[in-house]
Design a protein around this ligand. Structure first.
Ligand code: FAD
Ligand code: FES
Length: 249
């Protein structure tokens, strides 16, 4: 009986996951090492979902990237940290991606606020447009002038440097939001979760950018420890409530 239910869930998941070939429309500099890639094609996806991008001989596995929008175009933002991400930014060959993957972000209300690093800005812009919420882009280094001018508006605010991030968190503690969505580095997420832990009625969510092998729940390489035991970022996440997570260090 139980395995029948699991089988049904699995077939529902695999029905919506498809392979797509995406051709690049534009690749724009966000910072020195981070880029926004837009595509000519589109994929049906929900806020918070990600794709696994094939990098051919530039990595043993596909690489996970959260999907978002820039203007009317499907977009991912990519921080170059190794061969796979460099390939994604530099290649002119169409990218083969698998997705959409992961659970969408469905908060209890639309009264929230987003905080993203430049590497997650495509997801952040989609989040702010979808829920009509303010977005704070927090970067250690200044954004490229052209990009900063293109994204800044009455909903999107830029904060440069560690001190600016800490000041933003202190300010947001007193604003009346039901939730705060944070995605960027693990340190940024950890500091954010801690900042809101003692604020009654405000839930911090984080979208985890952990290591992944398969992206579909098969390899178990994306395990995280939560208060309810071990969970997997690709199949249980990638978004978790901050107060669920047990940090290791
Ligand atoms: C659900 C999800 C969504 C993501 N979304 C984005 C996104 O929108 N934008 C973005 O820039 N990145 C995102 N990432 C992270 C991105 O997938 C990795 O940066 C990428 O896979 C690195 O591949 P690479 O071949 O360039 O580096 P690799 O050659 O694989 O690694 C280079 C170095 O970085 C380390 N490393 C690799 N992956 C990670 C990681 N996930 N966390 C910490 N260190 C790592 C390696 O140990 C190694 O030292 C996401 C990850 C997940 C799981
Ligand atoms: S990446 Fe394989 S189980 Fe999550």
């Amino acid at each position: 009986m139980e395995s029948g239910c699991i089988g049904m869930e699995y077939s529902l998941i695999t029905e919506t996951i498809k392979k797509h070939l995406l051709t690049k429309k534009e690749c724009v500099d966000i910072t020195e090492d981070t880029f926004l890639v837009t595509f000519n094609e589109s994929i049906d996806f929900l806020t918070g979902q990600f794709v696994m991008v094939s990098v051919g001989s530039h990595g043993l596995t596909r690489k996970p990237f959260t999907i978002g929008k820039f203007g009317d175009n499907l977009a991912i933002s990519v921080k170059i940290i190794g061969d796979g991400s460099r390939y994604i930014v530099e290649t002119d060959t169409p990218l083969e991606v698998l997705g959409p993957l992961g659970n969408p972000f469905i908060p209890s209300s639309s009264n929230g606020v987003g905080i993203v690093a430049p590497s997650c800005i495509a997801e952040g812009i989609h989040l702010t447009e979808h829920f009509g919420i303010p977005l704070h882009v927090c970067s250690k280094t200044p954004l490229k002038r052209g990009f900063a001018d293109a994204v800044s508006n009455d909903k999107i605010e830029l904060h440069i440097g560690d001190d600016a991030y800490v000041q933003l968190l202190a300010k947001l503690k007193y604003e009346k939001h039901d939730w705060v969505f944070i995605t960027g580095s693990k340190m940024m997420e950890k500091i954010g979760i801690k900042a809101f832990a003692d604020v009654p009625g405000k839930v911090a969510y984080v979208s985890y950018n952990e290591y992944m092998g398969c992206g579909i729940g098969a390899c178990k390489s994306c395990a995280v420890i939560t208060k309810d035991g071990i969970k997997h970022v690709c199949s249980d996440g990638p978004i978790f409530r901050g107060d669920e997570i047990c940090f290791q260090d």
